[in-house]
Design a protein. Structure first.
Length: 293
């Protein structure tokens, strides 16, 4: 199996036009947030952000496969003591003007967020990861994201009551119910939509950092080996490095020549794998690069 890592230098609004229709399985990216990263990306004013991003998301919609997923990592900034609304405005514009489906929203809980004190709010310890799709039927391998049940299950499932052995309907009339006995003999469970990952900033070559575990989680959830992952705001190439390690093809687009050259020097453009030796990707830490976007 031949895997490619295609790294392109330029403005993604233009480079994306070179990609074929329906050619990408997963888009995972973190664009410059409004009025941030001015030294590296110039900064986009919150009032101009939607107009700036919509031509890009139009191209992303075109290149994404009908079964594909787009994960957008973004967070509103605080302006004059209150949150900006540009992210909500962007979601509505993508949905109403371009036809994107806003399928889900994940939370990245940053376990080691920066300390600080503000007069009207607390430390900011989370960011959004917004899931968009072209269709309601998309590829999703939920079993790949399952997590261990945990020690709580040993005590909770040891002595079940009669109520635990039947479907116990919600007392508030919501229509939801549970049958605790269904959890017997299970070692794994489906996760929540909150991801608990620490930020990692060992390398100061890029101004925006996220851990390798972030794209890794979504790549294993929404793609298969041999699929194609796109990051139109590549930065220092974390998404592409993870995709290569997990035996996925990838495309990275970066407008800053220094970052493009750095990633180009680190990642091999072509990797060859023998199918008969395929044992899945190696998620061990020793083979990971420095975890900086």
């Amino acid at each position: 199996m031949e895997l490619t890592t295609d790294l392109r230098l330029g403005d993604c609004a233009e480079i994306l036009k070179e990609l074929p229709n329906d050619s990408v399985d997963l888009i995972f990216t973190s664009p410059p947030y409004a009025d941030q990263r001015k030294q590296t990306y110039g900064g986009i004013h919150p009032d101009e952000y939607v107009a700036w991003f919509l031509p890009i998301s139009e191209q992303l919609l075109r290149v994404l496969k009908p079964t594909g997923t787009f994960i957008l990592n973004i967070k509103e900034k605080v302006v004059n003591g209150e949150r900006s609304t540009y992210v909500m405005e962007l979601i509505l514009a993508m949905k109403k003007e371009q036809g994107w489906l806003w399928t889900e929203e994940f939370i990245w809980h940053k376990k080691n967020c920066y300390p600080g004190k503000w007069p009207n709010r607390f430390r900011d310890s989370w960011e959004r990861l917004i899931q968009f799709n072209k269709n309601k039927q998309f590829y999703m391998n939920q079993e790949a994201a399952m997590v261990p049940m945990g020690d709580w299950s040993k005590a909770r499932l040891k002595n079940l009551s009669n109520t635990d052995k039947i479907r116990d309907e919600s007392k508030v009339g919501s229509g939801f119910g549970k049958n605790i006995s269904n959890w017997l003999d299970r070692d794994m469970a489906y996760p929540t939509n909150v991801l608990h990952l620490a930020t990692e900033c060992n390398n100061k070559k890029h101004s925006a950092a996220f851990p390798e575990g972030l794209p890794e989680w979504f790549i294993k959830l929404f793609t298969k080996e041999g699929d194609t992952v796109l990051d139109p705001f590549m930065g220092s190439g974390t998404t592409n490095a993870v995709a290569q390690r997990m035996k996925r093809n990838s495309i990275g687009i970066e407008i800053v020549p220094e970052y493009h050259a750095m990633v180009n020097n680190e990642l091999k453009p072509v990797e060859l794998y023998l199918l008969e030796q395929n044992k899945g990707y190696d998620s061990s830490f020793p083979n990971r690069r420095i975890e900086i976007r």
